[in-house]
Design a protein around this ligand. Structure first.
Ligand SMILES: [Zn+2]
Length: 269
């Protein structure tokens, strides 16, 4: 059974979602969470004070692309050229670096849509860690991961070689279903308890992710056109209770929260 978890936050570009951040950070402080925050460039531009606060709190800051798909078909899949991917990631890198005075070296692809081209770009730009390739996840057509190619991947961090060097992949945990906030707010607590115990036996470490959007009512956010409304229908402040219960469960099980960069994860060779 694993004894540590990476709790990660994806800041998609949805105005209104920033309202949940104070309470989110409060919970992180209360439960000794060492979060890794992935920001889209547009979110960082609109709310630089949130990145500054995260820095003061010592949280790790990474990149989540530029606009989460809104900027002229932002996409890190196999059909997007090296130049285009480099342009998108460079822009976000620069935005974050201007605010934090440090270039981010952690990356999570929007929608977990990533390709070998992206790894080449990331290593050229000096990125050290990616967390976008979910091991053992399959969405059965209902989500963004519908390929069996991830099934045989390691359930531990592993290195991906590229022409420019290597990058460490820390896979988001899954066993068909992913370990994320949507699971916590969709399934009964008993299920979450049992499922997370199974995952803790398979994955080392656990990697959990959530979105600030999930704690804000849909009517209080400005959802960009084309966003799947279904995902946001159960969003609201009431979800903090589910998150807090999960953080307490981790504490009870002796699973501590760690940073991705500073706490140096164990690597599969
Ligand atoms: Zn996202």
């Amino acid at each position: 059974m694993t004894n540590y978890i990476h709790i990660t936050v994806d800041f998609d570009w949805i105005p209104g979602s920033q309202k949940s951040v104070p309470k989110l950070f409060e919970l992180f402080q209360k439960y000794d969470v060492r979060p890794v925050l992935f920001f889209t460039g547009s979110f960082a531009t609109a709310y630089p004070e949130i990145l500054q606060q995260a820095m003061r709190l010592g949280y790790e800051i990474g990149s989540h692309g530029l606009n989460h798909g809104l900027d002229d078909n932002e996409n890190f899949g196999i059909h997007t050229s090296y130049e285009r991917q480099k342009e998108l990631i460079s822009k976000c890198t620069d935005i974050i670096a201007q605010i934090t005075s440090a270039e981010p070296v952690l990356f999570r692809a929007p929608q977990l849509n990533i390709s070998s081209t992206t790894f080449e770009v990331l290593t050229e730009l000096g990125y050290k860690i990616d967390s976008s390739v979910p091991t053992r996840r399959f969405d059965f057509g209902g989500g963004s991961v519908n390929s069996l190619k991830y099934f045989a991947n390691p359930c531990k961090p592993y290195t991906i070689p590229t022409k420019n060097g290597t990058i460490l992949e820390i896979p988001p945990s899954a066993c068909l279903l992913p370990l994320n906030m949507r699971l916590l707010r969709t399934f009964p607590y008993q299920f979450v308890r049992g499922f997370s115990a199974i995952l803790a036996k398979i994955h080392h470490p656990l990697v959990f992710y959530l979105h600030p959007t999930e704690f804000v009512q849909i009517s209080k956010m400005k959802l960009p056109e084309g966003y799947p409304k279904g995902f946001y229908s159960g969003c609201g402040e009431h979800n903090f209770a589910a998150l807090e219960r999960f953080l307490r469960l981790l504490q009870d099980r002796g699973i501590r929260s760690e940073f991705m960069l500073r706490d140096k994860p164990q690597v599969v060779l």
